[in-house]
Design a binder for this molecule. Structure first.
Ligand code: ATP
Ligand code: MG
Length: 140
């Protein structure tokens, strides 16, 4: 069993900086329309290597970089912590203003296919039912 335990966003969509812990059990994210709930889901997909702009709800990759008035950085980075029985995986994906992605696994640079392979082994699939988006839900 592998569990998502923590999400950290820096300059991702509407979040300048945020850390979201997922404790054991059921976590609910609640808030008014447009407050960033779905952006959190997008951050999870992003860290897992989602490349579909439609799934990330962005016109261009660079739209993912925080664009608030107080934006000062030219990059977005999401860290996702996954905990298995005996192992912790720290995934990180960063994009710069050119939309170029850099992936890391436990601080070490890896390729997107290495991320995909590892997630496949762990049974975490962005296109599976681990993650059900708002759109998918409405279709169901
Ligand atoms: P709903 O309840 O309607 O589904 P939600 O809580 O899921 O709302 P989101 O879709 O996560 O809301 O957030 C939408 C907000 O995120 C919009 O206000 C949009 O302007 C903002 N946003 C998206 N990308 C960026 C960005 N790069 N920089 C700043 N804000 C952004
Ligand atoms: Mg939403």
């Amino acid at each position: 069993m592998i569990r998502l335990t923590k999400l950290r966003m820096k300059n991702f969509k509407s979040f300048k900086q945020a850390t979201i812990p997922f404790s054991n059990g059921f976590t609910v994210i609640a808030g008014p329309n447009g407050s960033g709930k779905s952006n959190i889901m997008d951050a999870v997909l992003f860290a897992l290597g989602e490349t579909s702009l439609k799934s990330l709800r962005a016109g261009r990759l660079t739209d993912l970089v925080y664009g608030g008035r107080d934006n000062t950085d030219n990059y977005a980075v999401v860290n996702l912590t996954l905990e298995g029985k005996n192992q912790t995986y720290e995934l990180s994906r960063m994009i710069d203003r050119q939309g170029k992605s850099v992936y890391r696994l436990n601080e070490k640079r890896v390729t997107l296919s290495e991320i995909h392979n590892l997630m496949g082994e762990l049974g975490v699939r962005v296109d599976g039912h681990n993650l059900v988006s708002q759109g998918d839900l409405l279709r169901i």
